[in-house]
Structure formats: C-alpha cells, structure tokens
Design a protein around this ligand. Structure first.
Ligand SMILES: Cc1ncc(COP(=O)(O)O)c(C=O)c1O
Length: 370
C-alpha cells in the first residue's frame, strides 16, 4: 500500500497518557491525570440527566443538522443558525476547514508552538504550514503574521486564543490588526480557535462574536470539551459567514454529531451554575500553581486557560517520567518545539497539591543528580 509523502512522514497526535496505562505500567493504585486539559469537576448533573433521557432513542439516527443545538447557540450568540456548523469535537472542524478551503500545495499560517492539530490536519491534506516564531513572552507574534500575509497568499490563518500549550493570549487590539490586514483578501480566512475562552480573566480579550458581522473572513471555533466538560462525547462548533458554513456543510458527514452529544450540548450550554463552578475551580487552581511555582523558583507563563506551562530547564522527558512514577501524569511538549517545558492541567484541589509536592521533589532530586 502506498500513501502520500505527507502521510508517510506524518507524526501522529500523541494524546495524554491514560490513567489505566500508567497504573499498570508503574504498578500504582492512585494516579492523577493532569495531562489533557480536562474538567476536574466532572460532568454537570444536568448533562448526565439529559444524556440518560436521550438513551431511549439510540436506535434513531441523530438530527443531521443539530437543529436544536444551533437554535440555542443562535439565541445565545445572536448569530443566525446558518452561521453555525456543529462538529464532532472542534478537531473535526479544524480538519473540515482545511479540507474544504485548501488544496494540496496551498498554505496555512500559524505560530510556532500553536495547537498542533492545525499542522497535523494540514500536512495530511498536503497543505503547507508556515509558522512565525513566538514572541519572547511566548505569545503569538501578530506583526510577524501580518508581514507574512503581505508577501504570500495563505488560505487560512489559525490563531489559538488562548493558545495551547502556552496558555498565553492575543488581546483585542492585536486581533483587530490581523483582521484589518486580511479584510480585503477575499481568499483568506482567519480562524480564532477559542477552545479556552471561558477561562479567560484578561480584560482586553477580544469579544470575537461582536466582530463577526464586520469581518467576513473571521471564523470562530469553540469546543464543549473544556469548561463544558463533555470531552468524551465530542462536540464543537464554528461561527462564521453563511457562505463559509455552507461550504463546510457540503463535505461534513451528515451524521457527524451523535444524539447523545447533541442532548448533552443543549444541557451543558444552559447550565450557568456549572459554568461558574468550573471557572472558579480553575482560577483557584491556577492561582495555587502560581504561588507554589514562585516558591520553588520555577518559570511559568500566566495562563488564560485551564493549564499552566512551566520551564523545567532540563529535559522535560526526565521530569515527566519521574512524575509518572509518583502517579502524576503531566504533558511534555517537545512536539511543540519546547524541549524543557511541561504542561500541567488544573485538577481538583487535592490533585493540584499532590502534583506540586511531586514536582518539588522531582526537580530537587533531578537537579541534585546533575
Ligand atoms: C486550542 C485547542 N483547540 C481545539 C482543541 C480540540 O478540542 P476538541 O476536539 O476536544 O473539541 C483543543 C484540545 O485540546 C485545543 O487545545
């Protein structure tokens, strides 16, 4: 069997290590997974009850248009249902956007150390990826992106805002510069991937939905895997110009979103109490991490998401392994070009304490050995 050169060379996405695999490999009874930016507060009881009600209809195909879900999002965001596409997780939508608008040899633009799915999906489709370097504050360099756009044609610009794995964000003033620079390019989309926007505390974070009417090239990408806590069911959506949505819908599999995910999404998006709790737990966890990291002098970047990136100043693979032996799963981010960095997701309060205690011990031991 032969595949394209791009698929042959593709390094597949490496998910966070599972609790079950870690328990069996290291003979541990307790393992704490702070590796995949999942919700530490479990799933909302309202979502569980909606999913349980939907179970009696599993013999039916799901609504191919996710009508109720689109109507709800339309009401909440004041965009038309025709400006929404629902996906089987936002990862599917990244793939669909690339496959809809790019042909082999076209180019997409993003930053180094941006969410890796842009690169994987593009390469699989034979699409070239150009990355600008991060700034010295580990942020997207918007002037550098604009310079690239002035000299070359890109079909899509992907901005993860906030970005995974850095946790940094692009403020509204910078996003506006990017949108102004692309507004007269009739063949370039700007995707703002807002997987983590509900965790943002920065006051100058853009209100992207308010920008959608003015900038037709803008595509907003959302997920229900993070603050809404239904990663296991897979649900995400895009908000974009009707024409963009129409094209994406032409290649979307008709039953891409299963009926349990649709029911869960409807309940999750309306559960404001759960949303508040999830944010409070996250912010408490982040502040605790910052305090502990400062005490031990570990470099970190203030995060607008549900994880923190640290620089261990040594091979992060060794730190990751040593933490695994203590039952704490974190995420080394070498694949993002950051060989000494680790990403640690916010967990439950007790898990955060265990993780920071373990990190202190491990860094101490490893630096004494060097
Ligand atoms: C920035 C970003 N975008 C998109 C996704 C994909 O989310 P999902 O496919 O679960 O909706 C993730 C997942 O971690 C992410 O970090």
């Amino acid at each position: 069997m032969k595949v394209s050169k791009e698929i042959e060379q593709l390094i597949p996405y490496k998910p966070g290590k599972s609790i079950a695999a870690t328990k069996s490999e290291y003979g541990l009874s307790e393992v704490y997974k702070l590796a995949s930016n999942e919700s530490p507060v479990g799933t909302s009881p309202k979502v569980l009850s909606a999913v349980s009600d939907a179970l009696s209809n599993l013999h039916r195909y799901p609504d191919p248009n996710s009508t109720e879900l689109k109507d709800l999002i339309s009401k909440q965001t004041e965009v038309s249902p025709n400006e929404i596409v629902i996906g089987n997780g936002s990862n599917e939508l990244i793939d669909l956007l690339i496959r809809t608008f790019c042909q082999a040899e076209d180019k997409i633009l993003t930053s180094a150390s941006a969410f890796i799915a842009y690169k994987i999906c593009a390469k699989a489709a034979g699409v070239k990826v150009i990355e600008t370097a991060l700034t010295d504050k580990m942020e997207y360099d918007i002037p550098a992106l604009v310079s690239e756009l002035q000299v070359s044609h890109f079909k899509i610009v992907f901005v993860a805002n906030p970005n995974n794995p850095t946790g940094t964000y692009v403020p509204e003033s910078e996003i506006l510069k990017l949108l102004e620079a692309t507004k007269d390019m009739d063949d370039t989309l700007v995707v703002l991937d807002e997987a983590y926007n509900d965790f943002v505390r920065a006051k100058d974070f853009p209100n992207s939905i308010a920008l959608i009417k003015k900038y037709k090239q803008l595509v907003i990408l959302k997920t229900l895997s993070k603050v809404f806590a239904i990663a296991g069911l897979r649900l995400g959506y895009i908000i974009a110009d009707e024409k963009v949505c129409d094209y994406v819908n032409r290649i979307r599999n008709p039953f891409n979103v299963n009926s349990l995910a649709q029911a869960a999404g409807l309940a999750a998006l309306q559960d404001t109490e759960f949303l508040k709790k999830a944010r409070d737990v996250n912010w408490g966890g982040l502040d605790y991490f910052y305090g502990e990291l400062e005490k031990i002098g570990v470099t970190y970047w203030e995060s607008q998401a549900n994880f923190v990136l640290i620089d261990t100043k040594m091979d992060s693979g060794a730190v990751f392994e040593a933490l695994l032996k203590m039952g704490v799963i974190t995420r080394p981010v070498k694949a993002y070009g950051l060989p000494t960095h680790l990403r640690i997701s916010v967990g439950k309060e007790s898990e955060n304490i265990i993780a920071m205690d373990a990190l202190k011990k491990v860094l101490n031991e490893l630096s004494n050995n060097n």
